[in-house]
Structures are given as structure tokens and as C-alpha cells.
Design a protein around this ligand. Structure first.
Ligand code: GLN
Length: 205
């Protein structure tokens, strides 16, 4: 399995370290050629407008949509989640539109003093550690989108088919749960892994 990490700016190295820890082959993607033969692509945190400019100028936007069409898994954290959203506000911005969610940028968590919260998820029994840095707020979740984790009653980790979006930064914690979940999505068929078992965990927490 080969996973790419968009490496324009931001915390792509942290995702690389997490994937190394999990023993997964990965490459840093900066060109169209880098997107070839990937099972999955990580869109890291950083400044989404900078990432968007790079992707637009390099012709990578359509190539990423094509990767999703042919069954590749996508995982966006924070700025990456903004790029995946169907609608972006505050200020409005173009996006890949691969997850049917609306997000408002820069909603909570300051740049210098990031906000750490713990919230329930469908991925494990114990609360998940969530680091927010000038995070977007998911204001609307479409009917085909599953909420996998919440913080203070707000959706913060969502999935639509093989697209996973987190408004927080699991790559900045020691907990590999979210990355492990993404890797299962990369390895699975078009609909991906089931979460019925873990749904109970979230309901009962
Ligand atoms: N505030 C950034 C944006 O709007 C996202 C911040 C982050 O990725 N930590 O693009």
C-alpha cells in the first residue's frame, strides 16, 4: 500500500512520522506524477488558501478528484478538511467539494496556543484527544456523511464513503487511532470499513 501526503506547507512531516510509526510506505506529493498509483492521500493542516493556490496552479485539483473517483481514500486534517468540503465560508473559498459538508474557517483554537479537547468517537471507547489550531467549524453535514467524532456537541471528524475529514490534528498527538482508521479505508473496497460496533461506544458515552 502506498499513501501520499500533500507536502506544500504546513504539518505534512507530522503525518509522515505517524505513517512511519505505523509501518506504511508514503511519499510527499508535490507534483501530478506524485499522485500516481496511490491508495490514499493525506491533505495536512496548514493554510488552506496556500494549498489551494498550489493545487490550482499545478493542475492537481482535478487529479485529486480523479484519485477519489477511482476509489482512492482521502484524509484531510484542518486545512485539508477545508479543501475537501463542498462549501467554505469565512471567507468563501473554492474547494475540492468531495465531502458534503459546509465549513466556516478559523472558528476556534488559536495559532499560538492550540486548544486541546477530548471528545467521544465511534473509533474507540475512550475519548479521543483533539488538538484544534484555528480550526474550521463544520456547520452542515449532508445526509450521506457520517459523523465519527464530536467535540462539545459539534461534529469534528466526518466521513463520506472514502473521504475522511477532521477539523483537529490527530497527527499532533501520540494516538494513532484516526490514522489507523484511514489506513483501513485505504485498504478497503469502495464503501470502506464498517463502524457499527463502535457506534455503540459513541452512543453510550
Ligand atoms: N486556519 C487555517 C485555514 O483556514 C487552517 C488551520 C490549520 O490547518 N491548522 O486554512
Amino acid at each position: 500500500m502506498k499513501v501520499g501526503i500533500l507536502a506544500v506547507q504546513g504539518d505534512f512531516e507530522a503525518h509522515g512520522q505517524m505513517l512511519s510509526r505505523l509501518g506504511v510506505e508514503h511519499i510527499f506529493v508535490r507534483t501530478l506524477a506524485g499522485l500516481a498509483n496511490l491508495e490514499g492521500l493525506v491533505l495536512p493542516g496548514g493554510e488552506s488558501s496556500t494549498h489551494l493556490k498550489f493545487l490550482t496552479e499545478g493542475g492537481l485539483l482535478d487529479a485529486i478528484r480523479e484519485l477519489a473517483r477511482r476509489g482512492g481514500a482521502l484524509f484531510g486534517t484542518c486545512a485539508g478538511a477545508i479543501l475537501l468540503a463542498r462549501e467554505v465560508k469565512n471567507p468563501p473559498q473554492t474547494s475540492l467539494g468531495l465531502a458534503d459538508i459546509s465549513v466556516a474557517r478559523n472558528a476556534y483554537g488559536r495559532q499560538v496556543a492550540s486548544q486541546v479537547l477530548w471528545g467521544p468517537s465511534k473509533l474507540k471507547e475512550a475519548p479521543l484527544e483533539m488538538v484544534f489550531i484555528r480550526a474550521p467549524l463544520i456547520e452542515r453535514v449532508g445526509s450521506g456523511v457520517e459523523v465519527l467524532a464530536e467535540s462539545e456537541g459539534r461534529p469534528v471528524l466526518v466521513r463520506q464513503d472514502k473521504v475522511l475529514a477532521a477539523t483537529f490534528h490527530p497527527e499532533l498527538t501520540e494516538d494513532a487511532t484516526v490514522h489507523e482508521y484511514f489506513l483501513q479505508m485505504c485498504a478497503s473496497g469502495s464503501r470502506g470499513v464498517q463502524t457499527a460496533e463502535s457506534t455503540k461506544a459513541m452512543r453510550s458515552s
